[in-house]
Design a binder for this molecule. Sequence first.
Ligand SMILES: *Cc1c(COP(=O)(O)O)cnc(C)c1O
Length: 483
Amino acid sequence: MKYISTRNNQIEKDDKIALLQGLSDDGGLFVLKDLNNKKIDITELLTKNYNEIALEILKLFFSFDEEKLKKAISSAYNKFYVKSVTPLVSLKQAHILELFHGPTSAFKDVALTLLPQLIQLALEGTDKEILILTATSGDTGKAALEGFKDVQQTEIVVFYPKNGVSKVQELQMRTQEGKNTKVCAIEGNFDDAQTGVKNIFLNEDLQKALGKKKFSSANSINIGRLTPQIVYYFVAYIDLIKNNKIKVGDKVNFVVPTGNFGDILAGYYAKKLGLPVNKLICASNENNVLYDFLKTGEYNRNREFLKTISPSMDILISSNLERLLYDLADGDAEYIKSLMKELNETGKYKVNDEILGKIKTNFIAGYATDEETSTIISKVWNEEKYLLDPHTAVAYKVMLEQKDLEGEIIVLSTASPYKFCASVAKAVLNENDEDEFKLMEKLHSYTQVEIPKNLSNLKEKTILHSDVIKKEEMGQYVLEASK
Ligand SMILES: *Cc1c(COP(=O)(O)O)cnc(C)c1O
């Protein structure tokens, strides 16, 4: 399987190398060269379970031995609390696809329980060592740490924005165990962390100083992060068929709470592979750079970075948009390179009308303010006794705005409400408390929604990581950490 860079069609790597490298040397993202020729036959999935569907999809992207791939998949999804992995819950106006039943209670687990094993398969028979660098807006960090903990031939360093994640998210990371894990806060926001990590990747001096260790990424710039996320779009569709809500071939819509554009891109890839998708609905919080872009074709990150109650979506530079643009530009890497150069130099770019037209056929955009998000959490609880986390609530609000949409609507639910306890308890109970664990208990006794074990257990864990650095110090930090 060959992957090429979104910025240079001459750069071509095998799947294993693309997986290990994370980012192409020229700063582009890896895309499957042959994606346009891959198709999934829905009728063949009807009798398959989650793991079997995952196998069918991952086979299209990776050349690993099938038995090994099968094993990796089953050991990843054994870690989930529910057997169906991503259950679908039907409410009055939409179906909720619950993606948060993994070991860290966020949808990032779907990919990050599997990625370390894919990397291990790619390392098999080599003496290579991998240093995973990750920038996180809160959820990727913990899920990646948990996934790579004590995995041989790997080390992992996670950077998160100090004051930019929820208390529970921060505690999850700072109590991380494992001999090969490092966690560090930076004085800056998520974009600073992500840009810092990308710069480290492209810094040849740092790479030399590391010796034989090579950088890789657990962010959704890594194709090993993206591909497992395609699976649940198919699984949700099959569930709707099994529940007699749709027939094979009926079109459905997905509403996706979006930050780095990874999750929704996986939905777009699912559509390319043959899933009958009408619209992909991109839901943003007040950092609505994607909303503006999808409406106007102009991407402009020159605006204030806002802190919201859906912090995992506080992002102004959505990396994976580059992969979408590459596809919509029919693989015109020179054009993508010029857009990204403009973004880098001026903080903005505008796509041509042809691409904007294609965007409009595939996507709808919406956004929610914090106030609207809180209102939705309380409304959905009162009316349906269903507890939304703030990210899912953003998507839910955007779902409610849609009129005359053809087909069933599926809202992707990306986190347990208990990860964002302060905002959820405020919305539902009008309770404020400094102590997150008291809030968890209050919310639980009021709603009877179970607290995931990994979150209630946090209280007993020891803080193991306390580093805080400036964003300029990230490179040096990585060097020290890897010694
Ligand atoms: C990461 C995250 C998102 C955004 O997903 P992207 O792939 O970055 O668009 C939404 N909700 C939660 C809870 C997340 O952790």
